[in-house]
Design a protein around this ligand. Structure first.
Ligand SMILES: [Zn+2]
Ligand SMILES: [Zn+2]
Ligand SMILES: [Zn+2]
Ligand SMILES: [Zn+2]
Length: 229
């Protein structure tokens, strides 16, 4: 408010001097008086200037400076004046990211958005789990199967083959026919094999269901033993 008043007074004094002061000595003296009052008022203002008490100082406007430091502006909340600019300070890292300026070292890397692109490989996006920024797109990598399927969704071909093979055992007749055809067995021999296969099928099913820890692999090897000539 005081500042505003002073500005008004200065404007008034200026107008007065231009318009009338030269011709009217009374107005001229008024102008001189106004200037004196203005000077006094500004002197009073400077005496009352904020001392920027330390408990009212805050740091604002953080900006990245280097991998080690950022800068900030020192501000007095008491008078609202920015006291100091571009003050350098070390980053304060939490989980690889500065809590003040936001600078991230991208030290927590992960992969996402897998895409199956061929029989042998997929692509993924490399990103920082701290700030979420994508660091590299379409990175190529070979499929890797931890079980039946790759992380990109591609089924393990070996696993698929084994599954199909095991599936075929569920139909003893089809299996027997295959064996019979391959071995060129006679009618009687074929019938014998069918009987044996059905019996064996039942035995294996019993065995596997009794012991849950026995895996498909076990079933597979048992069958391998059985059908091996
Ligand atoms: Zn202040
Ligand atoms: Zn920082
Ligand atoms: Zn990051
Ligand atoms: Zn894959």
């Amino acid at each position: 408010m005081k500042k505003l008043l002073i500005t008004v007074l200065i404007i008034f004094a200026t107008i007065t001097s231009v318009s009338f002061a030269e011709v009217n000595p009374v107005l001229k003296s008024t102008r001189t008086r106004l200037i004196e009052v203005t000077k006094k008022a500004s002197k009073t203002l400077s005496v009352n200037a904020c001392k920027h008490p330390s408990n009212k100082i805050s740091k604002i406007n953080y900006k990245y400076l280097s991998t080690a430091k950022h800068t900030y502006t020192k501000r007095c909340n008491s008078c609202g004046v920015n006291i100091q600019f571009n003050v350098a300070e070390n980053h304060m890292f939490t989980n690889g990211k500065c809590v003040y300026c936001g600078y991230c070292t991208h030290s927590n890397i992960s992969k996402k958005d897998y895409k199956n692109i061929s029989d042998t490989s997929h692509t993924y996006t490399k990103y920082c789990t701290t700030c979420g920024q994508n660091l590299q797109l379409n990175v190529k990598e070979g499929h890797s199967y931890n079980g039946g399927v790759c992380i990109c969704g591609k089924p393990n071909p070996a696993f698929e083959y084994a599954k199909q093979y095991l599936e075929s055992f569920k139909d003893p007749l089809a299996l027997t026919e295959t064996i019979a055809k391959n071995q060129q067995e006679s009618e009687m021999a074929r019938w014998k094999i069918l009987q044996d296969t059905q019996t064996k099928c039942f035995e294996i099913q019993q065995d596997v269901s009794v012991n849950q820890t026995k895996t498909h692999d076990k079933m597979f090897s048992k069958w391998s033993e059985y059908i091996r000539p």
